[in-house]
Write a protein that binds this ligand. Structure first.
Ligand SMILES: O=P(O)(O)OC[C@H]1O[C@H](O)[C@H](O)[C@@H](O)[C@@H]1O
Length: 431
């Protein structure tokens, strides 16, 4: 990926960061890079994620999915980091395999999704790093039951990806299911380039080597200066803008296929950086669609946001047909792709003209190689930003609190967090 931070400079935008400030920040980037390199070299928790392009074995993943390689549909059961990486990859790329991600426990929705699947020709991909996440385990039990009710042997169609031990590991051993291991030292939201994200990609027939090669190319750019490394340029600029008041970061891909990528980015940025009263709030948007809903706020609302555009340089195109209406003649000379590009450039310029900071991330196109680079690059950007904030990028204690409260409420153990639910303060206004 290439990153253009010109519209984040103080000469363009407010908040903005001056060239001098960036030069000073670059000294901290050099220190942070040393820390990141050490963490990677020593396989430290979290930093290890940046070694995945070297560690992930595509052959092992393909062997595990072999029994279901010709499945017509794939249902992935997982949540957060155990679903969003896979979903980002398979939603971005074309495949004949239909994919469903059960990452919510809304009963009506789960039932409707299962009813739409050809179960006799559907593969099940269960993913949970901990192997204990209530939503994932509950949905898996529901999926199993649906297969049994339809007379389909789910044990023939299931692949499990989980940690070395835990309830999901026990279950997969009991039924002798093909299983893969979530690599040690890699938190869920940083695991897209492991089996966690790549089992689904393999079932859909995507090029796993190209995903990893794109990530490797991005890894090769990591260096001690933000001016030489697109990932660090992005992480450092986002951090500097936040420090100057841009506490929100709106991710706006100009490609429908990257809509899920914004969800993945939101988890990465929020869970990694949102701690110790620090962090930048990710917002999810889509170009051009959200130009017609959220842009008003981004251009004229509080000066508390940076907008990040992601734009592929090349994409399939389609001509806009000629029309009999004179006022629309200009459209007939263009293509949908040209319209999309023009809207992107106009929106970028409109924010700059209003002095609103924005950053452009360019991809060659949306394919495996570029996607691998984007995922890796944003992870590296996030790790760098975590170093600059001085937070523990790789933990998420605030999420764990609610997980314990939920288990306590359902009778899954004694958790004092569950008591807080009964202590809720009320001030009700009823109809
Ligand atoms: O992979 P699992 O252990 O099931 O965890 C799934 C998700 O659970 C929690 O909500 C964590 O905050 C996420 O970081 C994690 O990705």
């Amino acid at each position: 990926m290439d990153v253009d931070i010109g519209n984040a400079l103080a000469s363009v935008a407010s908040p903005g960061v001056s060239r001098d400030s960036l030069e000073r920040l670059d000294e901290q980037v050099a220190d942070a890079h040393e820390r990141i390199e050490d963490g990677m070299a020593n396989g430290e928790h979290g930093y290890e994620a940046l070694n995945l392009p070297d560690r992930t074995d595509p052959d092992e993943i393909r062997r595990a999915v072999e029994p279901v390689a010709d499945a017509e549909a794939l249902v992935t059961v997982g949540i957060g980091g155990s679903a969003l990486g896979a979903a980002t990859i398979t939603e971005a790329l074309d495949s004949d395999t239909k994919t469903v991600y059960l990452d919510n426990v809304d009963p009506a929705w789960v039932t409707a999704e299962l009813e739409r699947l050809p179960l006799e020709n559907t593969a099940i991909n269960v993913v949970s790093r901990s192997g204990t996440t209530a939503e994932t385990l509950a949905n898996f039990l529901v999926v199993r039951e649906a297969f049994e009710d339809a007379g389909v042997d789910w044990t023939e169609r299931t692949i499990v990806t989980t940690g070395e031990s835990g309830p999901l590991r026990d279950l997969s051993e009991r039924h002798d299911l093909p299983s893969l291991k979530v690599p040690d030292g890699v938190p869920g939201r940083f695991s897209a380039l492991s089996a966690v994200g790549m089992v689904a990609a393999a079932v859909c027939g995507h090029d796993l080597e190209a995903l990893l090669e794109g990530a490797t190319a991005e890894a090769d750019t990591l260096s001690g200066s933000l001016f030489d490394c697109p990932a660090y340029a992005y992480g450092a600029t986002s951090y500097a803008l936040d420090a100057r008041g841009a506490g929100m970061n709106a991710m706006v891909p100009y490609a429908e296929s990257l809509e899920t990528y914004s969800e993945w980015f939101a988890q990465l940025w929020a869970e990694s950086l949102g701690k110790d009263d620090l962090g930048q709030t990710p917002l999810r948007a889509l170009g051009v669609t959200d130009q017609h809903s959220q842009l008003q706020l981004y251009r004229a609302g509080p000066r508390d946001k940076v907008v990040t555009f992601v734009t592929p340089r090349e994409a399939d195109d389609r001509a806009i047909p000629d029309t009999e209406v004179d006022d629309l003649a200009y459209l007939g000379d263009a293509t949908l792709g040209e319209l999309l590009d023009a809207e992107f450039e106009a929106t970028e310029a409109s924010l700059a003209a209003a002095g609103r900071p924005n950053v452009r991330i360019e991809l060659e196109r949306v394919d495996e190689y570029e996607l691998g680079g984007l995922l890796y690059g944003m992870e590296a950007a996030c790790v760098l930003a975590g170093e600059l904030y001085g937070v523990n990028t790789f933990e998420q204690p605030a999420v764990e609190w609610a997980k314990k409260a939920t288990r306590g409420l359902l009778g899954g153990g004694e958790f004092e967090e569950a008591d807080a639910v009964a202590e809720k303060t009320e001030l009700r206004v009823e109809r």
